[in-house]
Design a protein around this ligand. Structure first.
Ligand SMILES: N[C@@H](CCC(=O)N[C@@H](CS)C(=O)NCC(=O)O)C(=O)O
Length: 283
């Protein structure tokens, strides 16, 4: 099967275009979907790319409809790419049983254990296959890529950047799952996708990875104080901050008083994140 893009729908937005696509993914061995925003500048020249990874239960649509990023992407001349959060309709038993496992919960890792390993290769999909597809099909600057995300997608963005410091020029996150080996979600998802051997989990844990790799750019994180998942110790930004300090990694962790885990928090601070990435993408 080829990696031909199948356009699904297209909308004018801030003089640019929001478009939804699906395609056969070789790494996930199934049909995958993603959304893009092409800023008006892309009609005349190639533009930098900013990937956004969504959280649990999301599809490629949540960010495009709720975050309000397009107006800033249009101003700054940045293409947005928002992939779906997992393979779907794979036939894996139980894929749709739980909102925090399987469909909508790919966790941005390459699964190594059955039954998930055949399709759940999200890390390779996000860091290799999707970027190649974007470069092939859109007017982009291949050497200008950055990444950000929310919750599970904040975890995804951090690990993708820390494991590929040459590929992504900057990274930021909203309420990321910042130390997954130490939280209930990480426990559940790593056990399912990577197996019981916890030594294998560390290579997908941002707080562990920052001990080994530091980024030239400043990492930006926004965390709401009224975020129930933060209160339930699913996110653990303090662990990441402590490890970053120890490793001399520049980190801008901003506590947002009164904000929760929702897209109302994301849309309140999306401008700052877009401007943060623009410093690195448009220099
Ligand atoms: N379904 C979950 C909540 C899941 C959730 O909050 N997901 C976040 C990411 S971790 C999200 O972005 N949801 C989609 C949305 O708000 O549009 C629950 O019932 O507690």
């Amino acid at each position: 099967m080829s990696n031909t893009l199948r356009p699904k729908s297209e909308y004018r937005c801030f003089d640019g275009t929001v478009a939804y696509y699906s395609h056969y993914s070789a790494s996930c061995d199934c049909e995958m979907s993603f959304a893009v925003y092409l800023p008006p500048q892309a009609q005349l020249k190639s533009v930098p790319i900013l990937y956004y990874l969504s959280g649990l239960t999301c599809t490629e649509e949540n960010f495009m409809t709720k975050a309000g990023a397009q107006q800033y992407a249009a101003e700054l001349g940045i293409m947005l790419v928002a992939p779906d959060t997992s393979p779907r309709n794979t036939g894996i038993p139980g894929e749709d049983e739980s909102w925090d496992l399987g469909s909508g919960a790919g966790f941005y890792v390459d699964a190594t254990v059955k039954p998930w390993q055949k399709h759940y290769q999200m890390y390779t999909y996000i860091t290799k296959e999707l970027p190649a597809l974007i470069i092939q099909n859109f007017p982009v600057q291949a050497d200008k890529q950055s990444i950000f995300g929310h919750s599970m997608g904040g975890h995804g963005a951090l690990i993708c950047a820390l494991k590929n410091p040459e590929q992504y020029l900057s990274v930021s996150a909203f309420a990321p799952i910042a130390a997954p080996i130490n939280c209930p979600w990480g426990d559940k998802l790593f056990t399912a996708y990577l197996g019981e051997d916890k030594s294998k989990w560390a290579e997908y844990d941002a707080t562990k990875l920052i001990e080994q790799t530091q980024l030239k750019s400043t990492i930006m994180i926004d965390q709401g104080t009224e975020d129930t998942f933060y209160q339930q110790k699913q996110l653990l930004p303090e662990n990441f901050a402590t490890a970053s300090k120890k490793a001399n990694q520049k980190l801008n962790l901003r506590w947002q008083t009164g904000y929760d885990h929702s897209y109302f928090m994301i849309s309140s601070f999306i401008k700052d994140h877009m401007e943060h990435h623009s410093i690195y993408l448009n220099n």
